[in-house]
Ligand binder design. Structure first.
Ligand SMILES: *Cc1c(COP(=O)(O)O)cnc(C)c1O
Length: 387
């Protein structure tokens, strides 16, 4: 039988890297040791004290029933406390916090909650792909603004065409940024708030990397900007901060009407996050200082290893101390894909071509720090030897 996919699925852009996947599979079949620096998924296991809470709460029959889409009170309060201690942002736990089944879910569902067919959503390129695809699934039109190195991968919000600004429903932003690792300051967020007020646009700030950084220059919350709560929400996640990608828990915070509408949508398509996972997340958030210190020390060591190797080889990279990636320039004469392929061919090492994140990612590769120090060292030595 033939089943015709929806127009929605049929309009997904073609998968660009099938050929690279094919090469990787052939190498693995031949028994070659391929090292992947391609995936943004922490290798460090979730901390034991968090796992213990999950196990204990999983044994409580009260937690076996449907959770509320709006979250356990104790979870929402833990998020509020975390936001106060970490960002000095005050949140009402009942109305300004909602758990998400991972922030990816929130990115896609916020589009379904607010976008009508034909509405614009403003997204950046390069970026995490779900902003664009979520918009398209909801029938919206993604309008792309380039992130360029000469602007430190920020953008001037006032460059946006005023007609587009008027017709846009949502602006998605993400700092610390995947894939570029760029961080923004409060000025940038404040200009975004002004723009949003003027044009009645919902701001959706993805802060998935709020706590993967090194040094004193701590990333901020979008809600640190004056008036931010009137125009938008921030999505955050336990995935990267607490090595919990598989657990599927994140949350949205900010404007209470937006949160309420998102909750209204969610009650109709999912039924919340398993309560035992919410309890475990409380444990994680309560001890965020301990966990982030531990993780960031590991990532920073690896980041320094990658920077040193790139310096030795003479490859330029964007100098940042945030996220779990290094965004590096491909040498003259290569495209993102041809350079990635060359490294794969000769060194059996996978890096992500920047063009995977949108057209303005062309000319870069993304190197992920989510692999053990010894495997990373091996991968970097191989790259050194072939270049
Ligand atoms: C990893 C990542 C997420 C998704 O995280 P989940 O909470 O696991 O769904 C969201 N945004 C960006 C930019 C990411 O890199």
């Amino acid at each position: 039988m033939q089943f015709e996919e929806s127009e929605r699925l049929k309009m997904l852009p073609p998968y660009l890297f099938a050929e690279m996947d094919e090469i990787i599979n052939r190498k693995k079949e031949k028994g070659l040791d391929v090292i992947s620096l391609g995936i943004g998924d922490p290798d460090i296991p979730t901390s034991n004290d968090i796992i213990e809470v999950l196990c204990r709460e999983a044994n409580n029959p009260e937690n076996h029933r449907y959770p509320s889409s709006y979250g356990l009170k104790i979870f929402n309060e833990a998020v509020s406390r975390f936001y106060y201690e970490r960002f000095n942002v005050t949140l009402n736990p009942d109305r300004e916090v909602i758990p998400l089944i991972g922030s990816k879910e929130g990115i896609a569902n916020i589009a379904y909650t607010f976008i009508n067919p034909g509405d614009y959503a403003i997204i950046t390129s390069p970026s995490y792909l779900v902003y664009k695809i979520g918009t398209m699934f909801a029938g919206g039109i993604p309008y792309t603004i380039p992130l360029e190195e000469k602007n430190n991968f920020l953008f001037n919000i006032n460059d946006i065409d005023s007609e587009i600004a008027k017709k846009a429903k949502i602006l998605y932003i993400n700092y610390p940024n995947n894939p570029t690792s760029a961080v923004c300051d409060i000025n940038f967020f404040e200009k975004i708030v002004d723009f949003a007020e003027k044009n009645k646009i919902i701001i959706c700030h993805d802060n998935a990397y709020s706590d993967t950084y090194w040094g004193n220059n701590k990333p901020m919350s979008f809600l640190n900007a004056g008036g931010a709560k009137y125009v938008g929400i921030e999505l955050n996640s336990l995935s990267k901060t607490f090595n919990m990608t598989g657990w599927r828990i994140g949350y949205a915070v900010g404007n209470e009407e937006i949160i309420r509408s998102l909750g209204k949508y969610k009650t109709n398509v999912d039924s919340g996050v398993f309560n035992a996972i919410q309890y475990a997340a409380v444990k994680a958030l309560e001890n965020y200082r301990k966990h982030t210190e531990y993780n960031n020390k590991i990532y920073n060591k690896r980041r320094e290893m990658v920077k040193k190797a790139l310096d030795d080889i003479g490859i330029d990279y964007y100098n940042s101390n945030a996220t779990i990636y290094v965004w590096a320039k491909v040498p003259q004469g290569f495209t993102s894909e041809s350079f990635s392929k060359m490294i794969l061919d000769r060194a059996n090492v996978v890096v992500t071509p920047g063009s995977a994140f949108g057209e303005y990612g062309e000319g870069y590769i993304r190197i992920s720090l989510t692999i053990t120090d010894s495997r990373l060292e091996e991968a970097l030595n191989r790259i050194r030897n072939v270049l």
